[in-house]
Design a protein around this ligand. Sequence first.
Ligand code: GLV
Ligand code: MN
Ligand code: MN
Ligand code: MN
Length: 414
Amino acid sequence: MAAPGENMRVNADRLWDSLMEMAKIGPGVAGGNNRQTLTDADAEGRTLFKRWCEAAGMTLAVDKMGTMFATRPGTDPDALPVYIGSHLDTQPTGGKYDGVLGVLSGLEVIRSMNDLGIRTKHPVVVTNWTNEEGARFAPAMLASGVFAGAIDLDYAYSRKDPDGKTFGDELKRIGWVGEEEVGARKMHAYFEYHIEQGPILEAENRQIGVVTHCQGLWWLEFTLTGREAHTGSTPMNMRVNAGLAMARIVEMVQTVAMENQPGCVGGVGQMFFSPNSRNVLPGKVVFTVDIRSPDQAKLDGMRATIEARAAEICAALGVGCSVEAVGHFDPVTFDPDLVASVRKAAEDLGYRHMNIISGAGHDACWAAKVAPATMIMCPCVGGLSHNEAEDISKEWASGGADVLLRAVVETAGI
Ligand code: GLV
Ligand code: MN
Ligand code: MN
Ligand code: MN
């Protein structure tokens, strides 16, 4: 087999058509998608992906977390596979590309290798990880976390959605509990291609982000206990107002993040008031703080400060406060050799590129615990993601997939 030549690119139209086809499953309310994990729409998306993989000559295996592994054999029976992974699940008001681009670009890499007659020494496995988003069941990147040994399978199965349904029951209900033990596989290398989900590449006019690191994260679930009481007749000095405590903590999280600039973010995206009635002071409030930084000391420092200040805020209002960490991973440094292979692929293709740190979490963060791993990014319009208006161009999509194809072929060997 000759060395990868100029013509080694993916089929941009086919990749785009597949993205548009998948986006028809679990449509959102504003042009994006609601294909949350372990819903009927997720099952439908999985079935379509399985069909496409089998049509491309791959063999599908599924593990006990429902993660899908589609394998294209290599020429060396002893060689460990090169993995390409991401996720087909979406946020409740998700875009068409977050995660999906990475999985379908993996499929497109296989289809393109088939077209170009490329046989690799190492097998190549395209992976759809279950519950990357963590929107329905916290934490995010649940299946890759179990795969990496950081999260127990039983704990994962016991996670509940806001309606009280468990992950384990829902996985069974949609018929995607596999036979394979989770984490049984060894990886030669792991690649993940994703939209940036931030504004940097577009602003810098680059087609490719060479991802060197990913910032670490804590998700802190606060449960505040006040006293349900009439909002009209209860004097201001007799209220034990869990909602007020929450409001002060939300403001405080913003302050702590600002005190830790540059390089830290923090915010609250989810809150539940109970009983959630206009004229009842909430007796119970549950909300989740999401804090992130590429700097371990700053990340852990922010967590300690937020917990200490929250305790003071609640004490002053007589509100009970408990905190549970429902999601965590440390900042990640990706494998230097794989990072170099992505950079070289972008250079060989003549694509404008730059190093970038991922602001979002990805399954690559857990894969990096058990294998050499890295990521590739493409821009997205206005940096917008976790929004149905998330948008990319066909050229951006295929540019990153071209880089993925080259880096995978180089790593898998021909
Ligand atoms: C998951 O998608 C995250 O980065 O929060
Ligand atoms: Mn994603
Ligand atoms: Mn996401
Ligand atoms: Mn993510």
